[in-house]
Design a protein around this ligand. Structure first.
Ligand SMILES: [Zn+2]
Length: 378
């Protein structure tokens, strides 16, 4: 049963800036946006924690095994009906216990900030290594071979570090648009081993961190970062042949596109066509991925970008831009494709296979990020 408890005001320290949060130094720190513009927050405590006003340093005790509702109230933040000045920090009382928000456990300190729109931004502050314990089982199954998990740990560490930017309110978001992080619920001994045994290791090229992209399955050749997003290409993200993922169930896929839906799509892209006569790949990149498609219609030809087509029909169904065949069938077109995801950087299915064949994680990383050095961030 939900219990709302009144806050106990503690005068442990009232001078601003004098309350250290008790976090131990454990390499670089990262700030993860757990939720942006949330209407409210349900907080469950498993131990005593403190809500601290950042401006005044005043701490308020939240009791253990209790539920609290947190919401924006004017310019401040209401916790169990009591208004505190924004922002506030939630601090575990002994630095060990965790905070549970919306069903997920968080190891770090939580900053809650009221937005001008009367909502809440919720940011977790934690060490990069602790963050990786949460990322790893969300991005790769923890029963995969250890060397693949270690390769993923180095890629994810590098990827996250690249986004650390003190000029912003947070460094990274927690969804699939970057890398998935839902707190540290799923931590286990294999995840800990993969993170700890690669502690501090990152991928650099010419002295700079690379954006260590990764994806589910490349389908036989990884994509260049330029063809995926038009970014400047560096050697580690140029795209490589991949003989290691061909046994994956994601290696080959088929998807049916109906003529009716395609017509609606090209009309939304500015075409006045009423009938599609044919669909062909217009341009391929050097990895063989379709950069654009060309439709012949009653109103002339129409070229559309593959990324726009994928966005419209769904990246789950339309798994990649690596199209190998387009067949005209009754009512539409049957596409045959390869791989799953954007195709840039490490192919996770290939990494799994390489690890199963006894390849060490450094060899996996050197295959997918050629020319990158694996070095310590410290
Ligand atoms: Zn692959």
């Amino acid at each position: 049963m939900k219990r709302i408890l009144a806050l106990a005001l503690l005068f442990i320290c009232s001078a601003p800036g004098r309350c250290a949060d008790g976090a131990e130094e454990n390499g670089p720190r990262i700030r993860v946006a757990i939720s942006l513009s949330a209407p409210s927050l349900n907080l469950k405590t498993s131990a005593r924690i403190y809500a601290q006003e950042v401006k005044t340093g005043q701490k308020y005790l939240l009791l253990e095994n209790a539920a609290y509702e947190v919401r924006a109230a004017g310019k401040g933040i209401a916790v169990a009906g009591q208004e505190l000045s924004s922002p506030i920090k939630l601090l575990a009382s002994d630095g060990e216990e965790r905070i549970r928000l919306g069903g997920n456990l968080y190891k770090g300190d939580i900053l809650i900030k009221a937005t001008p729109e009367g909502r809440l931004d919720i940011i977790e502050y934690l060490s990069l290594e602790d963050y990786l314990y949460g990322v790893l089982p969300s991005e790769m199954s923890s029963d995969w071979p250890l060397e693949a998990l270690k390769a993923q740990a180095v890629a994810s560490r590098t990827y996250a570090m690249k986004f650390i930017n003190p000029a912003r309110d947070y460094d990274i978001t927690n969804g699939a648009e970057m890398q998935v992080y839902n707190g540290t619920n799923k931590i286990n001994s294999r995840i800990i081993e993969a993170v700890n045994s690669t502690r501090g290791e990152v991928l650099k090229y010419k002295g700079k961190l690379i954006t260590a992209f990764f994806h589910a399955c490349c389908g036989g050749h990884t994509a260049s970062v330029k063809s995926a997003w038009g970014e400047d290409v560096i050697k580690p993200l140029y795209g490589v042949p991949d003989p290691f993922c061909s046994a994956s169930s994601h290696y080959r896929w088929e998807y049916f596109l109906s003529s009716v839906d395609l017509l609606k799509f090209i009309q939304s892209q500015g075409s006045t066509a009423l009938k599609i006569k044919s669909m062909k790949i217009n341009q391929k990149d050097r990895s063989g991925r379709a950069a654009s498609f060309r439709f012949t219609t009653d109103a002339g030809p129409k070229v559309v970008q593959t990324t726009d087509l994928r966005k419209r029909f769904g990246t789950y169904e339309f798994r990649s831009t690596y199209i190998t065949r387009i067949a005209s069938v009754k009512g539409g077109y049957e596409l045959t494709g390869r791989g799953w995801g954007h195709g840039v950087g490490m192919c996770q299915e290939g990494a799994k296979y390489m690890a199963q064949k006894g390849k060490p994680y450094k060899k996996i990383l050197r295959h997918y990020y050629p020319g990158a050095a694996i070095i310590d961030y410290e």
